[in-house]
Design a binder for this molecule. Structure first.
Ligand code: FES
Ligand code: FES
Length: 165
């Protein structure tokens, strides 16, 4: 299969990559870019483990062709926070015990980020809907929902503080 050259922004960095034109975005992320935080579960759009943000929208990267990322802004879990300075969602997931095996966590957090970016104070129902494409076999979802609520509160308060400065 022919290799194509793609230019895209990966976690804030302008990047050029070469990838076979029939490969999906998940392959590009894990195998070409080496960003293993994005997980492969079902490979067919059912589990959400492969969720990333493409131009700010949560997408199942197993269902998107790599070439569709041309010119776009890709954010993976590696683009959120750092071990020393976690994103509020990552911090809240840790504090609320919303991570068990962790397999669903990167995708879950990116779906939650897309939700909070478009709706900073979602209702319980909106949170449930926002993460409805992400399956978790371990937590029973309650702690995940609590973590999203906590992160929402922290992010709204921090935005209000910045506005007041
Ligand atoms: S691996 Fe993409 S939705 Fe399951
Ligand atoms: S923490 Fe194990 S699948 Fe969600």
């Amino acid at each position: 299969m022919a290799l194509v050259e793609l230019a895209l922004t990966v976690n804030g960095k302008q990047t050029t990559v070469r990838v076979e034109e029939d490969k999906n975005l998940l392959y590009l992320i894990r195998e070409v870019l080496g960003l293993k935080g994005t997980k492969e579960g079902c490979g067919e759009g059912d589990c959400g483990a492969c969720t990333v943000l493409l131009d700010g929208k949560a997408v199942n990267s197993c269902l998107v062709l790599a070439v569709q990322a041309e010119g776009k802004e890709l954010v993976t879990i590696e683009g959120l926070g750092s071990p020393e300075n976690l994103h509020p969602l990552q911090q809240a997931f840790v504090e609320e015990g919303a991570i068990q095996c962790g397999f669903c966590t990167p995708g879950m957090i990116l779906s939650a980020k897309a939700l909070l970016d478009s709706n900073p104070e979602p209702s319980l129902e909106e949170i449930r809907l926002g993460i409805s494409g992400n399956l978790c076999r371990c937590t029973g979802y309650q702690k995940i929902i609590a973590a999203v609520q906590k992160a929402s509160k922290i992010m709204v308060e921090s935005a209000a503080r910045k506005e007041g400065e």
